[in-house]
Ligand binder design. Structure first.
Ligand code: NAI
Length: 726
């Protein structure tokens, strides 16, 4: 909804002692955002504060909403194109000017942060002399703009640099976009105090005002120096090598301009006065807002994610249910992780394996994760012990009595999976939800081995389960709506993001990531230098290099799946299109005995502990041909296009039913580069839009093979001037 600029979104409440509370409270929105109405209201408040200065003893920012302040108006930012640059720049400058007028009034200013203060919310708080955070459950504080391809353009870069120094501002706040819980925010210097109750918070605010009648910001004190020095000074230069490797990677070749702009705004801004720094910040902000990457990322990480999490793909009918007691079958890598995720969400878990020892080893994984979380202050010992007490390892199927959900994670073997379901289906609750974590076996076929087929559904977790936010729910041919809804509710119950897809070999995620890997491997087969292939993946923005990923998954796994798929396709009377990657994989396994990391050798060499050392020199000897190099841009786009085109085919075939699921699934599950906004948004946002994407696909098809030919659905959409949206 577009804001009406005339309404006031800040209430002025002045008490008899002269303390003015500025209550952030947009009457037309559930959360406060930096919309036009807010900008107008803030300017009006600044003007009144100056006019009535003598009657004011202090100012408190707080909010009447559950969140203190939600940040920028993302819907508005999504619409800003290059032609809006002036307007975007002015808006950023106006906010900062108004905040600055209040900050320099000569009166104490306190932020009473009563809930989440992310982005714009924390920027308002930064313009206060004293910040008190209420320790509200789930409240988070920080500047996560980078995760949306933006930078904090409301003074966030300028003030964090002056508050904590260039290095800390970059590493702790700006470049990773960390969202801190109130106590962590205190430890890291983002706030000055934490309060347990709203009353305590306001009392602390008043106490600060009483004690500091003429408060100023540190940077407005005479003789102020930026902590740790500035890049022009030797102390800063000495710190630069300490920038972690992942940061250098973040700043690397991918067309992801936000970290670079943040770094530039921080470094350049630290060498000039406050007002000039604000203008530098606004300039870099404007460049990001009016560019394509921020739009991709806002669309995916905000709008698509919200659509997915809020249940767009959940069947409407069935009532919401919660799982109380879950049976996890198989305590290997995945089962152990699933048990931890469930127990963390308060679910009682019975973790079953073939022996007590194997089950206990699975629980030991949770013990390790808990110990680490306690050590890092992310949880308390008491909470960790309670979590662990909820996991009961066993080898006895009788212990599964009363479980209202079963999640199977035994070896990837149809007959074994059938056997374990036979074993437990008479023991668990008669209407228990039945899930398999298979990563490759069709759910419809697996359902043959269970009695209540309508209650059977695929629940595909990603490794490592505790860190991966996505779960792919797979609807088999006979899966009922009720089971689908319950699976969705279970995934939300454990705090993960569910996408829903229809059954197909490899579902959506495994199938599409397979295209990426095949493309990288095919290039090795064409004679391209393997190190260049790896470099192309990194520069396209993939978090994992392609050949190293192949090694992790093992080369024998895709070979087995490929053989099974080929057989199924031919049996169904279809045509099998041989992929050039197949010959490379066959030679690697059969001729050179290099099946991947678990086998001790693959595209890379490994030491005794399984650590990757270097690319196997034999690759150059057996595959690389001088002069076989292809343009770097083609290498990157072959990887990106192979995935995006297959996602379109998934949509065409009905494997995917939602664009948001495709984008979110590709970003959170299989590492499709974040700057693209997801597999289908990549096509939408490609230079020239979908027609540009189609033209480029045809060019790649001509040069590298028919697999790049644009599917009919894509061509049709491009011709109609459409985009991929739900
Ligand atoms: P794993 O080999 O680490 O663990 C399998 C466990 O199942 C072992 O502990 C084994 O003792 C146990 N098991 C075997 N027979 C059993 C029985 N009759 N009753 C109870 N437990 C039994 O395997 P992992 O990697 O955990 O994979 C498990 C499943 O998850 C497979 O279907 C796999 O395809 C799938 N998956 C794996 C992913 C991965 O990244 N490894 C990702 C997503 C799914």
């Amino acid at each position: 909804m577009t804001a009406t600029p005339t309404r006031s979104t800040i209430r002025w409440e002045q008490d008899e002692t002269g303390i003015v509370t500025l209550v952030l409270d947009d009457p037309e929105q559930s959360a406060n955002t930096m919309n036009e109405a807010f900008r107008t209201s803030l300017a009006a408040v600044a003007e009144r504060a100056e006019a009535e200065r003598d009657a004011i003893r202090g100012i408190v920012y707080t909010s009447a909403k559950k969140t203190f302040f939600a940040g920028g108006d993302l819907g508005d930012l999504l619409k800003a194109g290059p032609a809006d640059a002036r307007r975007v720049f002015d808006a950023s400058r106006d906010i900062k000017r108004a905040l600055r007028r209040i900050e320099t009034l000569g009166k104490p200013v306190v932020a009473a942060i009563n809930g989440a203060a992310l982005g714009g919310g924390y920027e308002i708080a930064l313009a206060a002399h004293h910040r008190i955070a209420l320790d509200a459950p789930g409240a988070r504080i920080g500047l996560p703009e980078v995760t949306l391809g933006l930078l904090p353009g409301g003074g966030g870069v300028t003030r964090t640099v002056r508050l904590m120094g260039v290095t800390d501002a970059l590493l702790k706040v700006l470049l990773q976009g960390t969202r801190y819980a109130p106590r962590q925010a205190l430890e890291n210097g983002l706030v000055h105090e934490v309060a347990e109750t709203p009353e305590e918070m306001l009392a602390k605010a008043r106490a600060f005002i009483d004690a500091h009648p003429e408060s100023r910001q540190p940077w407005d004190e005479p003789g102020y120096r930026i902590p740790g020095g500035t890049p022009a000074q030797p102390a800063f230069a000495a710190n630069l090598p300490a920038f972690p490797a992942n940061l250098r990677k973040q700043l690397g070749g991918a067309p992801f301009p936000a970290p670079r702009n943040i770094l530039a705004a921080a470094v350049e801004g630290s060498q000039v006065d406050f007002a000039t720094a604000c203008d530098i910040e606004a300039r870099y902000f404007t460049e990001l807002v009016t560019g394509q990457t921020a739009k991709n990322m806002i669309q995916a990480f905000f709008f698509d994610l919200q659509a997915v999490d809020s249940g767009r793909s959940r069947p409407r009918g069935p009532e919401r249910r919660t799982v109380r007691r879950a049976a996890v079958l198989g305590a290997g890598m995945m089962g152990a992780g699933i048990a931890y995720a469930c127990a963390k969400a308060g679910i009682e878990v019975v973790l079953k394996d073939v022996t007590e020892e194997a089950a206990a080893r699975g629980k030991a994984y949770s013990e390790q994760l808990c110990a680490k979380a306690v050590e890092r202050g992310r949880t308390t010992r008491g909470k960790a012990d309670a979590l662990l007490a909820r996991i009961r390892p066993t080898a006895d199927a009788a212990d599964l009595a009363g479980c209202d959900a079963v999640i199977e994670a035994v070896f990837e073997d149809t007959a074994l999976k059938h056997k374990v379901f036979q074993e437990v289906q008479g023991v668990v609750a008669p209407d228990a939800l039945l899930c398999s974590n298979t990563s490759t076996l069709p759910i419809t076929d697996l359902a043959d081995g269970v009695e209540r087929q309508a209650d059977f559904v695929g629940l595909h977790f990603f490794s490592p389960v505790d860190r991966m936010p996505l779960v792919e729910i797979v609807k088999g041919g006979r899966t009922g709506e009720e089971a689908l809804a319950r699976a969705f509710d279970l995934v939300r119950q454990i705090g993960k993001t569910p996408i829903v897809v229809n059954d197909s070999r490899g579902f959506f995620t495994s199938r599409v990531i397979g295209r990426f890997i095949d493309e990288g491997v095919a290039m090795v087969g064409e004679g391209v230098e393997p190190a260049s292939v790896e470099q192309a993946a990194a520069q396209a923005g993939y978090p994992a290099k392609v050949l190293s990923l192949m090694d992790e998954l093992t080369l024998t796994l895709p070979r087995r799946i490929r053989e099974e798929t080929r057989r199924a396709v031919l049996e169904a009377g279809g045509t099998w299109h041989t992929h050039p990657a197949e010959a490379v994989i066959d030679r690697m396994v059969d001729e050179f005995g290099r099946p991947g990391r678990s086998g001790g050798a693959g595209f890379y060499e490994y030491d005794e502990e399984g650590r990757r050392s270097r690319l196997w020199p034999g690759l150059r000897e057996h595959f690389t041909r001088p002069g076989a190099d292809i343009p770097f841009e083609d290498m990157k786009e072959r990887m990106l296009f192979s995935e995006a085109l297959d996602a379109v085919r998934c949509l065409e075939e009905g494997v995917l039913t939602s664009v948001a699921d495709a984008n979110v699934g590709s970003l959170l599950g299989i590492g499709f580069p974040a700057w693209t906004g997801g597999v289908l948004q990549y096509a939408n946002g490609y230079a020239g839009g979908l027609p540009g994407f189609v033209a480029r696909a045809r060019e790649l098809a001509e040069r590298y093979g028919e697999r790049f030919a644009p599917p009919a659905l894509l061509v049709e959409k491009a011709e109609r001037g459409g985009t991929f949206t739900d």
